[in-house]
Write a protein that binds this ligand. Structure first.
Ligand code: NAD
Ligand code: MG
Length: 329
């Protein structure tokens, strides 16, 4: 994979240009403030009734309604929720987009799955920090930055990559490294990771462990500590140094249990199911399902989230976390 650093990126490709960051959530907040402090001309595009307008002004940034912000912009970074991007693009962004501008994303979903089809006369690029907005902001303030992915979907001006690299530099990404990928690869691996490992896989694993202990008559407090609370201890070690490093910190008993029992939990059947889920992502079936779910006001999304919020692990968790004040900031 190709990796770019500070010297490969030149901020001059954004100097004197106008950047519109649409949305002021997790990523929008970090991008707009970092770009501004990198000496670039940023305006935050928001709905006229957005509660974020006050926050943007407080931060010393300019804000305009989305369409107005886009009208004069040379770069438009779309940082509203993925499921809303199609509608906002059709109503406010597309009709105001300048010829030769760069349309930028922090996730490839809407371009890869054809929810947004930009005109031929604009660049279409991605700059996706590999971390939450808060970290993108705090690392920048400390003088470093979160590594970024960049990708070029459409290069109308011949300068799409220069602009993407300059943007990555402006938010601090090239201080750590910028990896080049494609919209397809970023989108499919991101969805796979959150479905099978990070969110779907992990939360079901935690609940299954908790339920097994509680059903066998153990105290839910004990089950909570063993199956949820301590996940952080282990994942912090894995995050720091990988799986072998984590294993160097656990007891030999834990290690032996790990290597002989783990494969009975993530079985051949589980791996087969992972392949099926990947296939649903690649074929566009997941994207279709999720877009249709949004069109009908999210009945499945709402029902399952509500049911899961009532799982006993949530009640006992609240009680135990209230005893551990240091967990909450
Ligand atoms: P978010 O939910 O934190 O923020 C969305 C923002 O959009 C909010 O400020 C909201 O008020 C605004 N918004 C909603 N509807 C709007 C409208 N109609 N008009 C104008 N503004 C509107 O979203 P986020 O997590 O920052 O995600 C933004 C993008 O960044 C997504 O494409 C996401 O996939 C990507 N991304 C997120 C992360 C992350 O860790 N959160 C990491 C990498 C990439
Ligand atoms: Mg994701």
């Amino acid at each position: 994979m190709k990796v770019y650093y500070e010297n490969d990126a030149d901020i001059k490709h954004l100097k004197g240009k106008k950047i519109a960051v649409i949305g002021y959530g997790s990523q929008g907040n970090a991008h707009s403030n970092n770009l501004h402090e990198s000496g670039l001309d940023v305006v935050v595009g928001l709905r006229p009734d957005s509660p974020s307008i006050a926050k943007v002004k407080e931060a010393g940034l300019k804000t305009l309604p989305v369409g107005e912000a886009v009208k004069n912009a040379d770069v438009v970074m779309i940082l509203v929720p993925d499921e809303k991007q199609g509608d906002i693009y059709r109503e406010e962004i597309g009709p105001n987009l300048k010829k030769g501008a760069a349309l930028a994303f922090a996730h490839g979903f809407n371009i890869h799955f054809g929810q947004i089809v930009p005109p031929d006369n604009v660049d279409v690029i991605m700059i996706a920090p590999k971390g939450p907005g808060k970290l993108v902001r705090t690392t920048y303030q400390e003088g470093s930055g979160v590594p970024c992915l960049i990708a070029i979907h459409q290069d109308a001006t011949g300068h799409a990559k220069d602009v993407a690299l300059a943007y990555a530099k402006g938010i601090g990404g090239s201080r750590s490294g910028v990896i080049e990928t494609s919209f397809r690869e970023e989108t499919e691996t991101d969805l796979f990771g959150e479905q099978c490992v990070l969110c779907g896989g992990l939360s079901e694993l935690i609940k299954a462990g908790f339920d097994t202990l509680v059903d066998a008559g153990y105290a839910p407090e004990m089950a909570y500590f063993e199956c949820l609370h301590e996940v952080k201890l282990i994942t912090d070690l894995i995050h720091q140094g990988g799986i072998s490093y984590m294993r160097s910190y656990i007891s030999n008993t834990a290690k032996y249990g790990d290597i002989t029992r783990g494969k009975r939990i993530v079985t051949e059947e589980t791996r087969k199911e992972m392949k099926k889920i990947l296939e649903e992502i690649q074929s566009g079936n997941f994207a279709r399902e999720w877009m249709l779910e949004n069109k009908v006001n999210r009945p499945v999304f709402n029902a399952i989230l509500k049911r899961d919020a009532e799982h006993p692990i949530e009640k006992i968790g609240k009680k135990l976390r209230d005893m551990m004040k240091w967990i909450k900031k």
